[in-house]
Design a protein around this ligand. Structure first.
Ligand code: ATP
Ligand code: MG
Length: 661
């Protein structure tokens, strides 16, 4: 692309995206833990020393680390390697010992409205018993324990009990099929699995244990299945292998001292969501991970553990749940809300009812949820008192400016800063984010790296940093909570992250833009960049323009091979409830995109779709849309939430092809 064209495009994108800057409200800044931008300079002056300081200050160590980074064998980096600590002791014992045992760790709310407040002291007691029970069942340090549970307190207990004895947990999101669980257990050679009799979803109960049995019978490594009695439905048990959670916990000794672990002892394995390829088994270790999540949870959410009620509305089965429901909040002594159910059961205002009831002050949610709430209408949250909220966060996908503004106005009452946090399963903790008492935000931008983290946007072919413009996102130096590898796939680890630009730089796999203020705009996966007549466009930007049309609820854009332009834009569009599609609307939407970005960005095809293919964590799977648009066989679909969506789209495309021929 010629320079002239490129700067022209830059200007158009700037004007489209830079709607307004939102400064932190003065009252927020005055109370914030961090309000002085100097923290960025302090960290940048010597990132390793700065992280070592965070590690020592925020965590309790049995042996303090003397060194931060060990980079003697890149890209297999180590952090705080001569330190020893226990993650569960950092989440529990130190709070109880300091007299904070009566503080609520989780306000748990069940699907049917049941309420349980679990204090730090109670959690501490239960974790010790279950840790002893696991030991009694033969689980030892270094063994892998699968966890396949719904959003119930036992999921946190199980994770912490593993951490206490040095077992490595491998949590599988409760929405996955038993078959996916088996694959993950088989691959990680899990010795035990903690699961549940049945799961509840929107008023219905589904048996889980029988489905698990069907899959696990062949699994030689699996010696024990622990079953939490949650729904009370009938549950077959195999003699010699299966035990009930409550029975083994009751029989176990009450005290289980936390065993100090080497900082690099594995804490967990977790599979990515599979938006782009076959899921990867990400390995995290103890000291660096705990440092990263504790620091980011405290400073990104400006957490005041004595007064805040924090709610991360993710599922524990994703990294967001690991880092920001379990390890980060507990290490900081926070009080959290934990909700078992769906956002529309028993009614579409349940989230807002929970915020009202618990006077939640911080909400951390995904753009996919926000888009859903927009579809349902602002009248619903408006019926509830959300005045306790003081900070909002998002994670998981780029957030369209329209959704950001809605979140800001309707949920945040225009008074709450929004932290749009960019990170990955691989990064363990938040990497690019505003600091709510410091950073002026721009809707749609995750802004700048967290102190001690260095990110760049680099040219695709030469890897040279780009000052302003679009390219590939990379992280420039190792950071404490980085993945230590892909479980049993060293080659894939190097190939995926450290082959393109060497072992010193981590290739993220996302494309990003950097603007004149140095703000980063993560615009999607590398594959989500479309090239129309030499113009490189990000799907996220075209989607944001389409969604800006008042009748549109959601859109997914892909590039489709095109004889004239190389690639042409094809948009899958979901309309707001009650809207009829028409040829006129097609022209309207094309006009909106033409106005906002430029004529070349107008979609060549618009395909109406009532729903889009999403991963089970709610992300749009553009690679499957590309597959059907190009008439290819579908790639890995195991993490697809609703397979019927694909069947419907395929028949729609076939219909259209018939019409065209
Ligand atoms: P897979 O790697 O298997 O394809 P995945 O990348 O969806 O799955 P995660 O690790 O859960 O699995 O998601 C991380 C990705 O989510 C990031 O690489 C990025 O593409 C996207 N993402 C997360 N947060 C943000 C954000 N705030 N803004 C833009 N994109 C985000
Ligand atoms: Mg990924």
């Amino acid at each position: 692309m010629s320079n002239e064209k490129s700067s022209d495009l830059e200007r158009q994108l700037e004007s489209m995206l830079e709607i307004e800057k939102f400064e932190p409200p003065v009252s927020f800044r005055e109370q914030a833990l961090w309000s002085d931008p100097e923290v960025y300079e302090q960290a940048a002056a010597d990132p390793e020393a700065w992280w070592l300081g965070q590690a020592r200050e925020l965590l309790d160590w049995d042996t303090e680390p003397s060194q931060a980074l060990d980079d003697s064998n890149p890209p297999f980096y180590k952090w705080f390697a001569d330190g020893r600590l226990n993650a569960s002791a950092n989440c529990l014992d130190r709070h109880v010992e300091a007299g904070r045992g009566e503080r609520v760790a989780y306000h748990w709310r069940g699907e049917e409205g049941e309420q349980r407040d679990i204090t730090y002291a109670e959690l501490h007691a239960e974790v010790q018993r279950f840790a002893n029970a696991l030991k009694d069942l033969g689980v030892e340090k270094g063994d892998v324990v699968g966890i396949y549970l719904p959003m119930i307190p036992e999921v946190a207990v199980s994770m912490l009990a593993c951490a206490r004895i040095g077992a490595i947990h491998n949590v599988v999101f409760g929405g996955f099929s038993a078959e996916s669980v088996r694959e993950r257990m088989e691959f990680s050679e899990a010795k035990a699995l903690v699961t549940v009799d049945g799961a509840r979803r929107k008023g219905k109960t589904a048996p889980i244990k029988p489905a698990v049995d069907e899959q696990m019978d062949e699994l030689a490594s699996l010696e024990t299945i622990v079953v939490v009695r949650h729904t009370g439905i009938d549950c077959p048990m195999r003699e010699g292998r299966d035990v009930f959670y409550d029975e083994v916990v009751d029989a176990a000794e009450p005290e289980c001292p936390a065993e100090p672990m080497e900082a690099e002892h594995p804490l967990f394995i977790l599979y990515t969501s599979g938006s782009t390829a076959k899921p990867k088994g990400i390995l995290h270790t103890t000291g660096g991970y705990m440092t990263g999540v504790t620091a980011t949870h405290r400073y990104v959410f400006d957490l005041k553990p004595e007064s805040d009620v924090y709610w991360c509305a993710a599922d524990v089965g994703w990294v967001t749940g690991h880092s920001y429901i379990v390890y980060g909040p507990l290490a900081n002594g926070a009080t959290s809300v934990m909700w078992e159910g769906a956002p529309d059961h028993p009614h579409q205002g349940i989230w807002w009812e929970l915020i009202q009831d618990y006077k939640a002050t911080i909400l951390y949610a995904a753009p996919t949820a926000i888009r859903t709430f927009i579809k349902w209408g602002a009248e619903i949250p408006e019926k509830f008192d959300l005045s306790s909220l003081r900070l909002l966060g998002t994670v998981g996908e780029p957030i369209n400016p329209k959704a950001w503004l809605w979140y800001h106005e309707v949920i945040g009452g225009e008074r709450c800063p929004i932290v749009d946090t960019w990170w990955q399963t691989e990064t363990g903790a938040i990497m690019i984010t505003p600091l709510p008492g410091i950073t002026a935000t721009k809707p749609g931008s995750a802004t700048t790296p967290f102190p001690g983290v260095q990110a760049s946007v680099v040219g695709e072919s030469d890897g040279q940093p780009i000052e302003t413009g679009q390219g590939l996102l990379v992280l420039e130096r190792p950071w404490p909570s980085m993945l230590r590898g892909l479980y049993k796939e060293d080659d894939r680890f190097i190939e995926t992250y450290f082959s393109r630009f060497g072992t010193e730089r981590y290739l993220v796999g996302d494309a990003a833009r950097v603007d004149a203020d140095g703000y980063l705009w993560v615009i999607g996966r590398i594959d989500d960049v479309v090239n129309v007549s030499g113009h490189r466009l990000s799907t996220a930007e075209v989607e944001s323009a389409i969604v800006a049309h008042e009748k549109v609820a959601e859109a997914a854009v892909i590039g489709q091979s095109d004889e004239d332009t190389g690639q042409a834009i094809c948009a899958f569009v979901t309309l707001r409830g009650g809207t009829e599609h028409s040829d006129e609307l097609v022209e309207d939407i094309r006009a909106v995109v033409g106005e906002r970005i430029g004529k070349f960005a107008r979609p060549k095809r618009i395909i109406w779709s009532d729903d889009l293919p999403k991963t089970r964590s709610g992300k749009i799977m553009r690679r499957l849309l590309r597959d059907i648009a190009e008439g290819r066989a579908l790639g890995d679909v195991t993490t697809l939430r609703d397979p019927e969506v694909m069947a419907e789209l395929e028949s729609k495309i076939a219909e259209e092809a018939d019409k065209e021929s």
